[in-house]
Design a binder for this molecule. Sequence first.
Ligand code: UDP
Length: 240
Amino acid sequence: PKQSYRWQRVLLKVSGEALAGDQTQTIDPKITMSIAREVASVTRLGIEVAIVVGGGNIFRGASWAGCSGLDRSSADYIGMLATVMNAIFLQATMESIGIPTRVQTAFRMSEVAEPYIRRRAVRHLEKGRVVIFAAGTGNPFFTTDTAAALRCAEINAEVVLKATNVDGVYDDDPRTNPNAQLLENLTYQEVTSKDLSVMDMTAVTLCQENNIPVVVFNLAKPGNIAKAIIGEKVGTLIGG
Ligand code: UDP
C-alpha cells in the first residue's frame, strides 16, 4: 500500500533561468542532474510528477519583439521552441539515471517528441513516467507559467510548484532591501493586489479560478525540489 503524501500528482514548473544556474552557460548540467535526482527520489515514493519547462535562458519573445522587424508572435514561437530544447535536455538527463520520461509538445514536432494529448499524459503519469510539457501553451502572448497553471488544471494535478532562483515571495526586493521579509503564506488576492512579481496575472488568475495552490521555492537549495513535491513546508504557499 502506498504511503499517502500531501500531493499525489504535482506540476513542477522549472524556469529557463533556473536551468541556467549562475548564468555563465545556457544550461547548467549540474542543475538538470540535481532536478533529475530529486524527482527520482519522489517518483520512487509513488508521487506523480509532470514538469513544465520555461525557455527564458535561451529566448524570451517579449524582449526580442520589434528587433529587425520580428513581430511578437514570431518571437514567441522562437521562445516556445527554446522550451523544447530545455525539455529534451532535461529528458535526456532524467533517462540517464533511469527515470522513464516523455516530452509532449503543445505543437507538433513528432520526430522529436509526442504531441500533447491530455489522456496520454495522464496515462504516462499513472505508469510512473515523468511527463515534460514543452512549447508552453502553444500560443504566442502567453508564458510558461500560464502553461503550468493550464496543464495542472487539465491533468488534475493538485499544485503548481514553481522552482525559481529566490527563496519565495518577499514583501520587497531582497536584492536591494536587506530587511525584506519572506512571506510564507499569501492569498491570490494579495498577489494580484500588491502586484507581487510571482507569476504573470494570467497564470495567477487561472490558478485562483481553479483553486490550484502555488508553492514558490528556491531550486538552488539542495533537497528543496524533493521537499516541495513531498509537501514539506518550503518557500511561499499561495492559496490552498
Ligand atoms: N511562450 C509563448 N507562449 C507560451 C509559453 C511561452 O509564446 O505559452 C514564449 C514566450 O516568448 C516566452 C518564451 O516562450 O518568452 C519562454 O517562456 P517563458 O518566458 O515563460 O520562460 P521562463 O521565464 O519560465 O524561463
